[in-house]
Design a protein around this ligand. Structure first.
Ligand SMILES: [Zn+2]
Length: 339
């Protein structure tokens, strides 16, 4: 029996039939581009921790990495002068070449009674690459007005800019906190006059970002050792800026250290923790601090949340044969219960 469909197909040419039944492999679909919203969740005891991406930017490896030239460690010059080829060789081990996209991450902590943001990304201070924190916060199921407190690791543009993109307050109910030492340095016009040229734009960005909160009476620097939100403690992590702070987050015996700017280029600085940054206010101290915090994190085995390690910037530090290594978190699609 000849089916109805055969009758219909019989009236069509072979070429037309081939076109109808040909696989769609040749269809020219436009490239979709972009990524999924930049948030990643984990549970830390009873706290919910959400890593938020503010974006990535081409990190200027060859212009900002530095290292001490003399044995005494007092003279820091570009890494390429002290150890030509070191940065490229270490990047190559991670199958990377310059320019390397550098992540800017911030961390939202829901303690059950407070919603706390640690760092806030660059806002509009780094251009179009970044300033995606608010969109990603919303995608993660929260609204900026729900945030109670924002604790900044330090007052560099890529950490503070996001509190007030374009100079407008983004978190209408939040109080901004940073260490006394950082606030008194970065908001002091006398320090601005004396500062190296590399840092002058930072002062401008800081003043514009904190201004609406100062005017609203919601800018409250803290003193070292002062009690913050229950379960979150500030630890001085000096060297990168005068008052650079780490935040230890602890719930039900689980610990996560949010260490701000200990690492900028992970493939280089885990292999060679002596590599410092042109932006370090005291590179000798920053180097010492990095080695100490790597050792402690590896020994005590707590979680790390890093502002500039590839998103989500959550993982552990391990030490093997005298070398440090970054161990990124294993992806967990159902982060609902403590692990
Ligand atoms: Zn930074």
């Amino acid at each position: 029996m000849v089916g109805r469909s055969s009758v219909i197909f019989g009236s069509l040419g072979i070429a037309t039939l081939m076109a109808i039944f040909a696989p769609a492999a040749n269809a020219a679909a436009p490239m979709a581009g972009g990524q999924a919203p930049g948030f990643y969740r984990m549970m830390l005891g009873r706290f919910e921790v959400t890593s938020l991406s503010d974006g990535t930017h081409p990190f200027p490896v060859h212009t900002v990495l530095t290292k001490n030239r003399d044995e005494a460690g007092s003279q820091f010059v570009p890494l390429d002068q002290v150890a030509p080829g070191e940065a490229d060789a270490l990047l190559a081990e991670s199958r990377l070449t310059v320019p390397v996209e550098g992540s800017i991450n911030a961390f939202l902590i829901n303690t059950g009674s407070k919603l706390v943001l640690i760092d806030a990304g660059a806002g509009t201070l780094y251009g179009d690459c970044c300033g995606k924190l608010i969109d990603n916060l919303r995608a993660a199921g929260y609204a900026p007005e729900q945030v109670d407190d924002i604790y900044l690791t330090h007052l560099h543009a890529d950490h503070v800019g996001g509190i007030a993109p374009g100079g407008k307050m983004a978190f209408s109910n939040a109080t901004i906190h940073v260490s006394d030492a950082d606030a008194s340095y970065w908001l002091d016009p006398e320090q601005e006059k004396k500062a190296p040229k590399l840092l002058t734009s930072m002062f401008e960005g800081d003043k514009a970002s904190v201004k609406p909160y100062v005017e609203a009476g919601r800018f409250k620097p803290f003193k070292s050792g002062e009690q913050l939100v229950a379960g979150i403690t500030a630890i001085p992590g000096a060297g990168h800026t005068p008052g650079h702070s780490f935040y230890m987050v602890e719930s039900d015996g689980q610990r996560l250290l949010l260490w701000g700017d200990v690492v900028h280029v992970a493939p280089v600085q885990f292999a060679d923790p002596d590599v410092t940054l042109a932006y370090d206010s005291d590179p000798g101290m920053a180097k010492k601090e990095r080695i100490e915090v790597f050792s402690k994190a590896a020994t005590e085995n707590y979680w790390i949340g890093a502002a500039h390690i590839s998103f989500p910037g959550i993982g552990h530090v391990s030490a093997r044969d005298g070398h440090f290594q970054w161990v990124p978190t294993n992806y967990d699609a159902q982060p609902t219960s403590p692990k």
